[in-house]
Design a protein around this ligand. Structure first.
Ligand code: FAD
Length: 203
């Protein structure tokens, strides 16, 4: 499985001429012999021998492309609202996608529920955006970072993760509980102000 942010892998594959654009648009793709060889080479540089052997003995490897997207600046336009993956496609490395989508729907429901008239609908949708956008944006970026570390793609990043030199604190970022708002995210029912809520729930 390959992970690339914002369509990076798709670009790479199409430009390298390994797939036509139509083939590249498929989420799951068969891979050429050349690409398999490249994967095995990269695996040897990255993974323990046992795992490399599993990869080499897999008779029909495939690439499952994972896209995420930079956090959006807004998820509400007039009466149009984005929720779930449409609002924040994220990598699976944070194990959070469905939870994020469900919470979007719950908070949106709460905000709309408080609407006393249709004239207030815009305010309700803005409240939804104000509550959810800072939370999901941080979760998307955290998940991206985890993905880059876990797949060895962070080597050229400004601060790559080096397991041989990493401190205990550096390693803790890889734990699932380090996901921002893991212990709970703000909802519309919280009593305190929004800014206080974000601080309260920050991990
Ligand atoms: C292979 C895979 C494994 C995953 N595993 C996990 C996991 O283990 N844990 C986890 O938390 N998350 C996982 N996810 C992510 C999770 O499935 C999504 O985050 C979640 O389903 C998002 O919900 P959603 O309602 O936003 O989008 P979706 O579930 O994608 O629902 C969108 C719906 O809109 C429909 N649709 C699209 N376009 C149109 C249109 N033009 N008109 C009408 N309908 C349309 C689609 O058919 C679909 O039914 C996984 C995703 C994938 C692909």
């Amino acid at each position: 499985m390959e992970y690339a942010s914002g369509g990076e892998l798709f670009e790479r594959i199409c430009k390298a001429g390994r797939f036509s654009e139509d083939e590249g648009n498929s989420v799951t793709m068969k891979v050429s012999t050349e690409m398999i060889e490249q994967m095995h080479k990269e695996a040897e540089e990255t993974w323990v021998p046992e795992l490399v052997r599993v990869m080499k003995e897999t008779s029909e490897p495939f690439v499952n492309v994972i896209y995420d997207c930079d956090p959006l600046e807004q998820v509400v336009w007039d009466n149009v609202v984005l929720v779930g993956d449409a609002a924040h496609p994220t990598t699976p490395h944070g194990l959070r996608s469905t939870n994020m989508s469900i919470l979007d729907a719950a908070v949106l429901g709460q905000c709309i529920n408080k609407c006393t008239s249709l004239e207030n609908l815009g305010l309700a949708l803005k409240e939804y955006e104000t509550i959810r956008l800072p939370v999901t944006s941080r979760q998307v970026l955290h998940s991206r970072r985890l993905g880059r570390i876990k797949q060895g793609l962070d080597r050229d990043d400004p601060e790559p993760f080096n397991p041989l030199e990493a401190s205990m604190v550096d390693c803790q970022v890889l734990q699932q509980k380090s996901m921002p708002f893991f212990m709970g995210a703000p909802t519309s029912d919280d009593q305190c102000g929004f800014c206080e809520r974000v601080e309260l729930y920050e991990v």
